[in-house]
Each structure stands twice: as structure tokens, then as C-alpha cells.
Design a protein around this ligand. Structure first.
Ligand SMILES: CC(C)(COP(=O)(O)OP(=O)(O)OC[C@H]1O[C@@H](n2cnc3c(N)ncnc32)[C@H](O)[C@@H]1OP(=O)(O)O)[C@@H](O)C(=O)NCCC(=O)NCCS
Length: 417
């Protein structure tokens, strides 16, 4: 098992670190247009992350890197699960390609395990890098780019209104919570997060039914085209797309359709596998090709978020599982957490995992922790993992209960970090 070199110390950030943290952040994320002062203020005032949840890596008295460890909670199968969100992984330019990021991620896994955070997620700079460290792909996005005029102009759009008052905002927050309970993977948001990251900086419009109840909403931003191309034209990028009823879905789509005189394209990243190509008058996306291979080029598909089981035993005991019953012995490969490498025998019964002392046997399930993570999240079906040679199963009898244990809708996430 790897051990962090003694010359490196990974510790919580403190006030005196801020100037160096800002320097490393600036060098690592230059496209974020903030001065060094603004970066320091951001570290101090981020509603999702107190300064002490930033971690820094020190070598011989100098900071060489840092990362953020968010304490998120995710809705999974109607149960909130603590998630360690990793973000802002940054290494000083003078210290790159010396495994600083590697050691920081090892330390992050140790910290999460010590704090009983069973799973972790992150947006990778390189999927391969994090794959080797045990994070598996859990996010899949179809990015639609509709010319708004190709969307149906549902009359229900007249019930979509701007969210202006605190009551409206409260209704939107409640709507998201209900939606999250039905979906898999959405992060729960505290009120300050809503205000700082959504209501203050983005546009929010809600669909209300005849009783004035909020049944859906959209959060979006305009991406203006360069002024020399057009004076007012924009692309409209939808960030939250939330609907509880069919009427709300239609109303919100009608609202987007009505933006056709200003918006060149509605950019909508769908993760729910809603087949939106069936409602447009032409499924060719804005700027899309028509050719033999595609027919109409409808979406771009991406693999985004990655997830990791920090501790398999804690993950199985804190999460609700499907209705499969039977005994399984897991044998995972995990370079960073030795506890996950020890064979773990589990009796599953009616959605619960039990860990009989000293037991062995049952189906033998062998895979890498990254693959196990994708399966637990509901992003990869066990049957597909088996076909693709990612999981080995050894055992007799009917193994269909295994697939049922981890059968969940595909995970989605609307938050970036
Ligand atoms: C991305 C970033 C964090 C990587 O940090 P780092 O400390 O240089 O990363 P590491 O040294 O641990 O690993 C980087 C690669 O160098 C390789 N490497 C490290 N030390 C090496 C050495 N001595 N010889 C050869 N290769 C080496 C690693 O194996 C790894 O390769 P891989 O991607 O093929 O696995 C850093 O480049 C950075 O801050 N970039 C800008 C911000 C960014 O993209 N952040 C990530 C957001 S998720």
C-alpha cells in the first residue's frame, strides 16, 4: 500500500495560507476571471465550503498544492447519503508531475474514511488519472442544442413566470427537493447555496398550476454571441431543468420555444434519458450534420462526473439496496484503501446488507473499486459490466438477485464543483 512521503504534509488550510492558495489557484484555473484578491475572498466566503474544508499540501515549508473537500449529501434511492465532493485540485506549476496530486488524493480518501463519508465524487481533469485511483464514471450527459423554434410552443407556457419573491424561491427549493427524492444522485442544497449560486447569479422561471403551486422550474444563463456577430443574440444554457408533472414539462418547453427571436440555441444537458428528439420538428442540433452515420446529428454525449466508494462496508450499510437476497463475498482491488481489499462477505436481505462475523462463501464478486463504484451509483449495469469483462462472478445458482441489488435509475447531478 502506498504511504505518503514524510516530506509532504497534507493539512487543513488556514488564514495565513490564503495568498499562496490564491497564487496556485490562479495558475491552475486561469479561465476563472478573478484577481488574486477576489480568489481570497471566494475562499473565505464560499457558502458551500468553509476555509477549513480546503486542504493544502506543504513541502519544506512551501505550499505545493491544494484541494477542496465538500461535505455534500446526495439523494440515492430516497435516502440521503454523505458524499465527499472533491474540487479545485491544484498543484503549483513548479511542483507538477511529482505525484503531488496523487498523494493528495490518497490523503483525501483517508480523511473521508476517518470522517465516515462512505463515497466521494468529482469532476475530473482526466478520467484516466482518477480511474487509476479508484473513481469510476457515473455521469452521462446528452447535450441537446435545439434551435428554440423547433420546440413545440405548448400553450401552458403562459403559466411560466419569473421567480421574484422569497415565497416563489421557497417553492422552487421545495420543488427541487421533491424532484431529487424521485431521482438518483442529486445533491441536497442548503438555502445559502441557492441564494449565492442560483437566485443571485442566474435566471429562474417557474411553472405554476391553476392553484398557484410550483410544479417545475428552469434555471438558465445567457451566453451572448460576440457583439460583432449580433447585437442581442444569445445561446440559452439551461442548468436546472426540474418538473414534477407533465403539464410543467410542457409549459417549460413552451417557454423555451418562445425564446426563438433572441436565442440561437437552447443548450440543455439531459442526464435523465428523456428522448427529446421526439418533440422537435427537426432533430438536427444547431450547427449539426446530416450524414449517413448519424442521420440528423442530435446531441453530443459526454462522460462527466466520477464517483468512488471510499469504504465498501460503510457504503453498503448506509445505502438502501434493491430487493435482491443472497450471500456475496466481494474481493475488490483498491490501490488507495487497504480496507477495501480485504474480502468482505455480505448477506443481503430485503434491501439490507448484513455482515456475518467470520463468514465466507456465497457468490464471489471480483472487480476494481472504480467499477464497483459505477455499479453502486446505478451508472453501470452489472450485466453490462460482466459482458465487458469488468466484473468476475463465481458461484452457482440463480445470480439475478445481484443485478436487482444495484438496480437504480441513471444518476444525475445539477451541481458543479
Ligand atoms: C492536474 C494536476 C492537478 C496534476 O497534478 P500533478 O501533481 O502534476 O499530478 P501527478 O504528478 O500526481 O500525476 C500527473 C501525471 O504525471 C505522472 N507522473 C507523476 N510523477 C511522475 C514522474 N516522476 N515521472 C513520470 N510521470 C510522472 C503521473 O503518473 C500522472 O500521469 P497519468 O495522468 O498518466 O496517470 C496539475 O497539473 C494542475 O494543477 N493542473 C491545473 C488544474 C487542474 O486541471 N486541476 C484538476 C481539476 S480536477
Amino acid at each position: 500500500m502506498p504511504t505518503i512521503p514524510t516530506e509532504l504534509q497534507v493539512r487543513r488550510a488556514r488564514d495565513a495560507d490564503l495568498p499562496e492558495m490564491a497564487r496556485i489557484h490562479h495558475a491552475s484555473f486561469p479561465s476563472i476571471s478573478m484577481t488574486l484578491e477576489e480568489r481570497i475572498s471566494y475562499f473565505r466566503n464560499d457558502p458551500r465550503l468553509p476555509l477549513e474544508d480546503h486542504w493544502v499540501c506543504e513541502r519544506k515549508g512551501r505550499l505545493v498544492g491544494g484541494f477542496a473537500l465538500y461535505n455534500f449529501r446526495m439523494q440515492r434511492g430516497r435516502t440521503p447519503v454523505p458524499v465527499g465532493g472533491i474540487g479545485m485540485v491544484a498543484v503549483a506549476p513548479e511542483a507538477r508531475r511529482q505525484r503531488i496530486a496523487y498523494w493528495m488524493m490518497l490523503r483525501a480518501v483517508q480523511i473521508m474514511d476517518q470522517n465516515n463519508i462512505p463515497v466521494s465524487s468529482l469532476y475530473p481533469f482526466s478520467h484516466g488519472f482518477y480511474r487509476n485511483l479508484g473513481w469510476g464514471v457515473i455521469g452521462k450527459t446528452n447535450q441537446y442544442r435545439f434551435p428554440p423554434g423547433t420546440l413545440p410552443a405548448h400553450p401552458d407556457r403562459t403559466q411560466v413566470e419569473p421567480v421574484r419573491t422569497y415565497d416563489d424561491q421557497t417553492a422552487v427549493m421545495a420543488c427541487y427537493e421533491k424532484f431529487a427524492a424521485e431521482m438518483n444522485g442529486l445533491l441536497l442544497r442548503e438555502e445559502p447555496v441557492w441564494f449565492e449560486r442560483i437566485f443571485k447569479s442566474q435566471l429562474c422561471y417557474a411553472y405554476k398550476n391553476s392553484k398557484n403551486e410550483t410544479e417545475g422550474y428552469l434555471v438558465f444563463q445567457y451566453r451572448p454571441l460576440p457583439a460583432h456577430e449580433h447585437l442581442t443574440a444569445v445561446d440559452l444554457k439551461v442548468n436546472d431543468f426540474v418538473w414534477l408533472t407533465d403539464a410543467a414539462l410542457k409549459g417549460l418547453i413552451g417557454f423555451l420555444a418562445a425564446q426563438s427571436d433572441q436565442a440561437r440555441a437552447v443548450i440543455l444537458c439531459d442526464q435523465t434519458e428523456l428522448p427529446l428528439e421526439h418533440i422537435v420538428s427537426d432533430p438536427t442540433m444547431a450547427g449539426g450534420r446530416n450524414n449517413w452515420d448519424f442521420g440528423a446529428e442530435t446531441t453530443w454525449t459526454g462522460s462527466g462526473l466520477m464517483g468512488r466508494i471510499v469504504n465498501l462496508r460503510k457504503t453498503l450499510s448506509t445505502s438502501r439496496l434493491g430487493p435482491g437476497s443472497g450471500r456475496v463475498t466481494f474481493q475488490l482491488k483498491d490501490e488507495l484503501n487497504p480496507l477495501n481489499q480485504e474480502p468482505l462477505t455480505v448477506d443481503f436481505e430485503a434491501g439490507k446488507a448484513m455482515f456475518p462475523k467470520g463468514a465466507t462463501g456465497g457468490v464471489l464478486w471480483k472487480c476494481d473499486v472504480a467499477v464497483m463504484s459505477s455499479i453502486w451509483w446505478g451508472a453501470l449495469k452489472l450485466a453490462d459490466a460482466k459482458h465487458l469483462g469488468l466484473v468476475e462472478l463465481e458461484g452457482e445458482g440463480d445470480l439475478t438477485f445481484l443485478g436487482k441489488l444495484f438496480s437504480l435509475p441513471k444518476p444525475i447531478c445539477y451541481d458543479y464543483f
